[in-house]
Design a binder for this molecule. Sequence first.
Ligand SMILES: NC(=O)c1ccc[n+]([C@@H]2O[C@H](COP(=O)([O-])OP(=O)(O)OC[C@H]3O[C@@H](n4cnc5c(N)ncnc54)[C@H](OP(=O)(O)O)[C@@H]3O)[C@@H](O)[C@H]2O)c1
Length: 238
Amino acid sequence: MKKAIVIGATSGIGKELAKLLIDNNYKVGITGRRTELLDELKKSNPKFFFIKTFDATDTKTSIDKLEELRSELGGLDLLILSSGTGHLNENLDFEIEKKVIDLNVTGFTNIINWTFNYFEKQKFGHLVAISSIAGIRGSREAPSYNATKAYQINYLEGLRQKVKKIEKPIFVTDIRPGLVDTDMAKGEGLFWVMPVKKVTKQIFKGIINKNKVVYITKRWGFIGRLLKIIPRFIYDRM
Ligand SMILES: NC(=O)c1ccc[n+]([C@@H]2O[C@H](COP(=O)([O-])OP(=O)(O)OC[C@H]3O[C@@H](n4cnc5c(N)ncnc54)[C@H](OP(=O)(O)O)[C@@H]3O)[C@@H](O)[C@H]2O)c1
């Protein structure tokens, strides 16, 4: 039986992916800060869900809990990093930006490093992170969100270069969704918001195929590619 960990499984994309993994015969470690939601999910399959509550911005505790979880699972084949945060912050309140950076950069790097180093040591494994199409260009409304997602995209690319040199079956998948109907994407004027189940099905397919970069969905992939080529003098006015 394969073993997976989903970071940020209390809601949204992470929760649905955790359920999909169970349906596909994985033992699944689930994490988040809200214990009651982890307990609720565990109730749906007490034998194969394993839970750990921690705040991913607390770097020391995160590693301690991940070590415990890996040992309870009896190993690790796949880790999906889905925890993330973002806020509209047009007034550039530093406390808001810091919260985003603490989770999307510091917490992300801490967990990614722990996982990659373990996979390198065991000579196999699959690391998946949910970045975002937002990482492709900057944002005047949520500068730290887009910037931290750009960091994630770039970091994962660096790891794929490392993997090439290691020449072992270690895979790094960068999932880049457009807008998804979760707690994170609430607000006015949102468009093409995708249902979570549709999104997670496509993510799971990308994981099974061991794809390097997956845009969710094709339509958002088109937007992503378009964003890349919009000249700066036009983008600055948008
Ligand atoms: N929704 C979208 O439109 C969209 C689009 C592109 C990319 N994404 C990315 O997809 C990922 C999942 O987001 P989602 O849409 O599924 O939103 P969500 O429902 O709000 O899920 C976020 C998850 O992150 C966890 N989390 C937040 N802060 C945490 C912390 N300090 N420590 C540990 N866990 C923490 C939350 O658990 P707790 O609160 O229990 O800790 C929750 O499980 C994020 O990285 C997001 O940037 C989302």
